[in-house]
Design a protein around this ligand. Structure first.
Ligand SMILES: Nc1nc2c(c(=O)[nH]1)N[C@H]1C(S)=C(S)[C@@H](COP(=O)(O)OP(=O)(O)OC[C@H]3O[C@@H](n4cnc5c(=O)[nH]c(N)nc54)[C@H](O)[C@@H]3O)O[C@H]1N2
Ligand SMILES: Nc1nc2c(c(=O)[nH]1)N[C@H]1C(S)=C(S)[C@@H](COP(=O)(O)OP(=O)(O)OC[C@H]3O[C@@H](n4cnc5c(=O)[nH]c(N)nc54)[C@H](O)[C@@H]3O)O[C@H]1N2
Ligand code: SF4
Ligand SMILES: [Mo]
Length: 902
């Protein structure tokens, strides 16, 4: 039997340690009890990791061989072609005609090589990363306030705080293990929790207070708080006198913006009827929030994309940091601002300087001394001071022809950037698009001239840094699939082939990590907080055995075994040692609502999907939670615009159109809708939302405003709707509405049309398949059609059409694909559209750990008198695994039980 392997989860920035154990037919995954990030915990996405790598091997999802201009080639050809074409571009158009667009999902070692190659050897400043869409505003905020991009706190702070504020963060779905830790702490010590989010999210489940502020109004909220704290003598003037500059100015600006609580409430939209709930009016709740902030020294403010993804993202960050600095609450136990990072290695990317306005190891590309230092360290002849293009501008420069070659790694910009119509135009015009990815079909890969197969998570070796500055190893536990290679290897080979062999001698990730660590301590006088000098010369064996540790880890400061904070002593990384409060003013979002686009579309994440779904979309149990993208809309707006629950809606913005299934919910306030960021052209016909997004960015950080898009909504009137099951991919590009999901035994497509369709053509018979035939049932008058395609006794396709969405058990039908012979009774049931278990009809998966759906939970409530989440857990196990579904279970209970029973 092979040994267990300790590695790190490749999804969110919590950075959970995992243990992979070999089993008879594969691997099992569990949380690592010794890893400080999760102490054994895990969430639904982490728990399904083995499903995704198994799906990948069983089905044809992986990119296995390099391809040049549509032809499969071997690696030496692929490397030579990449290097030659890059060299040609540089010879003809200069080094600045080349750009890299990389990702917080690369390992630190990959990231370091990318940055060194383009800045130090190709000689182009144009490298940016998808962290631009994610953390760039926080980077600006941290640097302005602390002098360096440092997260001062650690996860333990959430457990020992008295007040935890979640602002612009849906922690329950996006950082589920941190949410589990917070939930447990609340149960133990009664932590007060405040959620600040325009919509009611799963994170509100454990909140004492929810402030549904107007989208984009965070600066007003925290300015109001600062002015109020100052006025009421709740700031720590001794701390400020010793450690902070800019207090007077920031308070004056705050006061000018939000002089009192009434004006604050008005600017934040908390003066409306809708903002009231059983805890009081919006204004009363605002007062409670302010008084709690004043009362609890141990306050942690967690912030994420509701703060960053805004045209005032950087100012939102500083407005939060201002309140913490004014009260002396930075880097102290249970008392700190806390930016939770999104991607597994968003932090590592910031450490190697992967953003266009960073250099490397926390150095500044505009500072000639820093540039000279890095140039000497890398022995580079071409490194020059200056910043490169930030993501949105980079794609504009590609569109205009200024950039002629782009290498995209581990990100899917044709989906995730705003205004994807223009991003795609840029890619289609670009003479050289190189893309490294692990899967064989993404919206971006469709534009690539050169496709390079990268090793996936299970095969990679390197390090990542999580939200609390903790560096952990990702370790491989299976062989690379096909001819996939690690990203660092691909880039190193291209660098060598371009003539930079001397600078890219790495034999493995440990050599790269050592160089990165050596640069971090090189001529570091203590002003660069990022210093991991103790790793400057690791042996491979030490690197392989690396235990998770937090930085700094320098010769002067060895990391402790527990959790460490920075800046707790009030000494910051500025020349004066003081932190800075920044005067900020509430400026409404850049896009304005209009008669044509009267609603605000907010966008974000689902519990069980990861970004553009390339990996999570392959696992049946992750797809079942929300198999389609949903337009979440308040009942008032639904009524006003003629939408009903379960119907299909068209969503229009100035930039494009999407189609989505409607979910009517009072979690959304009137005037606002919510759409998920995950779907794209590989998984749907028109479910992508990047095409709606305006390319508005924060002026300081260049981060797009993905949370605020003026839209209109209208019914998409369907003539028919259907469900198509197939064991091979089906091209549905001629249909206006289709969404594909992975079922337990087949692909499952939701389809709909507004015109007549030759339904049977959707289940084609293969030309040379003698044993294939179709059985069918047609009731043309009622518009009901049912087909099943059989290969001998086995089912290979099924199609159900009716005027409305066909009601049937998706899993039941999909599971039939796994049986050798479909029994006559089952065939009859298929054609009759009668499923054996009526409860399974259109069931919705709630608990993905134990595969428990809405129907079973409802049954437990009505038939077994379950009245609490623990009853449900006892009866069905639901909610007793990772706990990610507890908020939904409670919501189902709330909906089902009379109020008195609560
Ligand atoms: N399941 C899952 N988890 C993930 C990811 C994933 O794809 N799926 N991705 C990871 C990544 S890369 C990231 S960056 C994180 C993101 O993690 P989060 O930032 O927590 O997630 P989002 O859903 O993008 O947005 C958070 C919330 O911001 C709210 N919001 C919108 N506008 C405003 C506003 O003006 N003010 C305030 N205060 N709130 C607002 C939204 O309603 C939303 O609920 O998640 C990480 N974790
Ligand atoms: N409207 C809207 N847009 C958003 C957001 C939003 O909230 N709303 N959020 C933004 C945020 S915060 C983020 S982080 C971005 C995320 O957006 P993207 O980075 O574009 O999304 P992913 O699907 O994670 O893309 C990662 C790609 O890398 C591939 N990959 C995975 N592992 C590896 C590897 O080891 N090597 C290589 N070479 N490839 C690999 C995957 O198959 C996938 O194609 O989206 C942003 N866009
Ligand atoms: S919380 Fe994040 S890091 Fe932890 S298992 Fe879930 S997705 Fe992975
Ligand atoms: Mo992100």
């Amino acid at each position: 039997m092979r040994d267990e392997v300790k590695t790190t989860c490749p999804y969110c920035g919590v950075g959970c340690g995992l243990i992979i154990s070999p089993t008879r037919d594969g691997f099992a995954v569990g949380g690592d009890p010794d890893h400080p990030a999760n102490l054994g915990r895990i969430c639904s996405k982490g728990a399904a990791l083995i499903d995704t790598i198994t799906a990948e091997t069983k089905r044809d999802f992986r990119l296995l061989e390099p391809e040049v201009d549509g032809q499969q080639v071997n690696w030496s050809t692929a490397i030579a072609e990449t290097a030659n074409r890059l060299r040609d571009t540089i010879a003809k158009h200069g080094p600045k005609s080349v750009a890299f667009y990389v990702s917080g999902q690369l390992l630190t070692e990959d990231y370091y090589v990318a940055n060194k190659l383009i800045k130090g050897f190709i000689g182009s400043p144009h490298i940016d990363t998808n962290s631009r869409l994610c953390m760039a505003s926080t980077v600006v905020g941290h640097k302005r306030a602390f002098g360096a991009d440092v997260v001062p706190g650690c996860y333990e702070d959430l457990e020992i705080a008295d007040l935890v504020i979640l602002t612009g963060s849906n922690l329950a779905w996006c950082h589920p293990v941190l949410n589990q830790r917070l939930r447990a702490a609340k149960e133990k010590r009664g932590t007060k929790i405040v959620v600040i989010d325009p919509r009611r999210t799963a994170s509100c489940d454990i909140a004492d207070l929810h402030l549904a502020i107007k989208p984009g109004s965070d600066v007003a909220l925290f300015n109001g708080l600062l002015a109020w704290l100052d006025q009421n003598g709740n700031t720590d003037l001794r701390y400020v006198a010793r450690h902070v500059s800019g207090y007077e100015h920031a308070v004056a600006e705050a006061r000018a913006d939000c002089p009192d609580i009434e004006i604050t409430a008005q600017k934040c939209g908390l003066d409306t009827q809708e903002s009231a709930d059983e805890l009081g009016s919006g204004l009363e709740k605002l007062e409670t929030f302010f008084s709690w902030f004043a009362a609890f020294d141990r306050t942690v403010t967690v912030f994420s994309q509701g703060v960053n993804q805004s045209s005032s993202g950087s100012d939102k960050v500083n407005s939060i940091l201002n309140c913490h600095l004014a009260t002396g609450r930075v880097g102290k136990p249970g008392s700190s601002p806390f930016s939770v990072t999104g991607q597994p290695n968003a932090m590592g990317g910031r450490e190697v300087g992967g953003l266009a306005n960073q250099l490397a190891a926390h150095m500044n590309p505009n500072d000639p001394i820093d540039v000279d230092r890095v140039r000497r360290f890398w022995k580079s002849d071409v490194l020059e001071p200056g910043e490169g293009y930030k993501a949105v501008d980079m794609f504009r420069a590609i569109e205009s022809g200024e950039i002629k070659a782009v290498w995209i790694m581990a990100t899917n910009p044709a989906v995730s950037l705003p205004d994807t119509g223009r991003v795609r135009l840029a890619l289609s015009r670009c003479p050289l698009v190189i893309a490294s990815d692990v899967v064989n079909d993404t919206d971006t890969l469709r534009y690539a001239h050169i496709k390079l197969p990268a090793s996936g998570w299970a095969e990679k070796s390197g390090t990542v840094t999580n939200s609390e500055r903790r560096i952990s190893r990702q370790r491989p536990f299976r062989e690379a699939q096909g001819n996939a290679k690690p990203d660092w290897w691909i880039m190193t080979e291209v660098a060598r082939s371009m003539g930079y062999a001397k600078a890219f001698k790495y034999k493995g990730p440990s050599d790269i990590f050592a160089e990165h660590a050596a640069l971090s301590e090189f001529e570091n006088d203590g002003m660069r907080a990022f210093d991991i000098g103790i790793w400057h010369k690791p042996k491979k064996s030490a690197y392989d055995a690396m235990e998770p540790f937090q930085w700094p880890a320098s010769r002067k400061h060895q990391p402790a075994s527990g959790s460490e904070r920075l800046y707790g002593n009030g000494i910051f990384t500025t020349s004066s040692g003081r932190a800075k409060m920044i005067g900020v003013e509430h400026i409404p979002p850049q896009s304005q609502l209009s008669k044509d686009f009267p609603l605000i579309a907010n966008s974000g994440r689902y519990r069980d999907q990861w970004h553009t779904m390339t990996r999570t979309g392959t696992a049946a149990r992750l797809s079942a939670h929300r198999p389609e993208p949903l337009l979440e809309v308040n009942p008032k707006d639904a009524g006003h615009y003629g939408l009903t629950d379960g119907s299909i809606a068209r969503i229009n913005s100035k930039h494009g159109t999407s189609l989505m299934r409607v979910l009517v919910t009072d979690a959304q306030l009137p005037g606002q809708v919510f759409v998920p960021m995950h779907w794209n052209d590989v998984f749907s016909g028109a479910g992508g939302i990047g095409r709606l997004m305006p390319p508005n960015v924060d002026p300081h950080s260049g981060q797009p405003e993905s949370k605020y898009v003026p839209v209109s909504i209208e019914p998409f009137v369907t003539r028919w709707q259907g469900l198509l099951f197939s064991n091979t991919p089906v091209d549905l590009s001629h249909l206006p509405y289709w969404v594909s999901a992975t079922g337990p035994g087949s692909m499952i497509y939701e389809i709909a049309g507004d015109e007549a369709c030759m339904f049977k053509s959707l289940l084609p018979i293969a030309a040379n398949a003698d044993d294939q035939h179709i059985i069918e049932y047609n009731d043309t008058k009622k518009g009901v059609h049912r087909y099943a395609r059989l290969n001998g006794g086995r089912i290979s396709g099924a199609l159900f059409i009716s005027p409305d969405r066909p009601a049937l058990g998706r899993d039941w039908v999909s599971n039939l694909f796994t049986t050798e012979t479909v029994a006559t009774a089952e065939r009859n049931a298929l054609l009759a559209g009668r499923m054996p278990d009526a409860g399974a009809i259109n069931d919705r998966l709630i608990c993905s750990c134990f595969s428990v759906g809405l129907a079973s939970i409802s049954k437990a409530i009505t038939e077994q008198n379950a009245v609490s989440a623990s009853d449900i857990g006892r009866l069905l196990q639901a909610g007793t695994g990772c706990g990610s579904c507890l908020p939904e279970i409670k919501e189902i209970l709330d909906d089902a039980l009379p109020r008195a029973a609560e």
